[in-house]
Design a binder for this molecule. Structure first.
Ligand code: GLP
Length: 258
């Protein structure tokens, strides 16, 4: 794991945005795995700023979103498909035919999950998987106890996640209790992972992910097994890291050293 700790949220977001736009420039046909959540809103905003001030095209980029709520109809205001339209896709030259989502309203969710897995294989795999981090250590919607070898599937959401995400639902009683999510194993198949976490709320999960044991209790800890993972943090999210001095020593001003 390469761990970059930056002074504040803006610096962390900017570093993550640069990593992603550098990938797009280096490989204009790259396959990106995309994430949602509050943290990613600032990231997508920064990517769009870069795309308006510098030459950058997404027209041949393929995308796969990590997860979706089960049961939300197409166009629902809280669906991740709507989120992606609002915060990224409708503001840049993405080709809608190349942006892929899990259909949370599919009749057969098992079939939908295997369709998604196959589609990722068919395009040659994910080059760069963007990840946020749940306060309980989830990645995608792989809640604690998820198999570290899991593939795309239906997953019941924890009370912690429902609580954290209820802000997006006008009527909490109608909030879905389940999701479709890429599995931990699906995520680990990506050629590179980029996890962005900011703010003190994430500090305990960050410490478990980086310095705790590899355990299904903290699904993000499986990233310790991935050979090319970049973790970008702000000062607050890095608060509980015991080896922080070492990470800062290794990466200060020499970001190409691992
Ligand atoms: C959500 C999403 C995750 C996201 C995480 C963090 O539940 N399913 O993909 O990374 O929670 O979200 P936030 O940035 O809002 O804290």
């Amino acid at each position: 794991m390469k761990i970059i700790i930056l002074a504040d949220e803006a610096a962390a977001v900017s570093c993550a945005a640069r990593t992603l736009t550098d990938k797009v420039r280096a490989k204009p046909t790259a396959v990106l795995g995309l994430a949602t959540g509050e943290t990613m809103i600032a990231l997508y905003r920064t990517i769009l700023e870069i795309s308006t001030t510098e030459p950058l095209s997404f027209s041949e980029i393929s995308t796969f979103n990590l997860d979706e709520y089960v049961g939300l109809p197409f166009g629902h205001s809280a669906s991740y498909r709507t989120y992606m339209q609002n915060y990224l896709f409708s503001h840049a030259d993405f080709d809608p035919a190349l942006t892929h989502f899990l259909a949370g309203d599919a009749k057969d969710l098992v079939l939908e999950s295997s369709r998604y897995e196959q589609l990722i294989i068919d395009v040659g795999g994910i080059d760069l998987q963007l990840l946020g981090l749940g306060e309980n250590g989830h990645i995608g919607f792989n809640e604690p106890s998820s198999s570290l070898a899991s593939r795309t599937r239906i997953k019941t959401l924890t009370k912690t996640t429902l609580e954290a995400n209820k802000i997006n639902f006008k009527n909490i009683d109608k909030m879905p209790l389940c999701s479709l999510t890429m599995g931990v194993g699906t995520i680990l198949d990506s050629r590179q992972c980029l996890l962005l976490a900011t703010g003190s709320r994430k500090a305990p999960a960050v410490a478990q992910m980086v310095e705790g044991p590899v355990t299904a209790t903290c699904p993000a800890s499986a990233l310790q097994l991935h050979p090319n993972t970049l973790v970008i943090l702000d000062d607050q999210a890095a608060r509980d890291l015991k080896m922080r001095d070492y990470y800062e020593y290794v990466h200060s001003g020499v970001s190409n050293v691992t």
